[in-house]
Structures are given as structure tokens and as C-alpha cells.
Design a protein around this ligand. Structure first.
Ligand SMILES: C[S@@+](CC[C@H](N)C(=O)[O-])C[C@H]1O[C@@H](n2cnc3c(N)ncnc32)[C@H](O)[C@@H]1O
Length: 80
């Protein structure tokens, strides 16, 4: 099963549970530099911060620090 990648600009229903809903790089650039993004794709197409945690790291169990960019996962829990 493939995972689709989308930018936040497009509307996406919470029912579309497998999508990676990514922050467009121009938004990050406009907001300035972030120290940490605790939830990024394993193969991220662009950086959103200086440091990143993937699902393999489990960002919920890692130490968060500095200025954090948080665009969380949109999974089954979102639709609940
Ligand atoms: C909506 S995407 C946002 C990606 C990125 N933060 C951005 O702003 O472009 C949510 C990401 O969280 C990742 N993710 C899900 N559970 C996670 C976990 N426990 N720890 C770290 N990342 C996780 C997913 O693989 C997905 O890439």
C-alpha cells in the first residue's frame, strides 16, 4: 500500500487516514527556523526543522526542545 503525500494547502478529509499532510516549505521559511519537528515522514521531502523525529523514533517518547514545529499526524484518532 502506498502512502500519499500532500501539502497543507489542499483540503483533506480526516477520513483520508493514510495521507502524509506535509507543511509546505514556504510556510516554514516564512515562520523562521525551528529547532525540532517531532513528527516527520521517514523519507521527508524537505526539512521542517534543524532536528527531526520519525515514527521509528516515536516523537512522543523523545525529549522536545527549543522552538518546536508541530503539525501532528492525522490518523484514525482525528476522525473519532
Ligand atoms: C501530518 S504529517 C506532518 C509532517 C511534518 N511535521 C510537516 O509538518 O510537514 C504527520 C507525520 O507524523 C509522523 N508520525 C506519526 N506518528 C509519529 C510518532 N509517534 N513519532 C514521530 N512521528 C510520527 C507521520 O509519519 C507523518 O509523517
Amino acid at each position: 500500500m502506498s502512502t500519499r503525500v500532500r501539502g497543507m494547502g489542499g483540503h483533506q478529509s480526516a477520513r483520508m487516514m493514510k495521507d502524509e499532510w506535509l507543511t509546505p516549505p514556504e510556510i516554514i521559511k516564512g515562520l523562521g527556523e525551528f529547532d525540532l519537528d517531532p513528527c516527520v515522514p521517514i523519507n521527508r521531502p524537505w526539512d521542517t526543522a534543524k532536528n527531526h523525529y520519525t515514527i521509528e523514533d516515536n516523537g512522543l517518547k523523545k525529549k522536545w526542545f527549543g522552538k518546536v514545529w508541530m503539525n501532528p499526524p492525522y490518523g484514525e484518532e482525528t476522525a473519532a
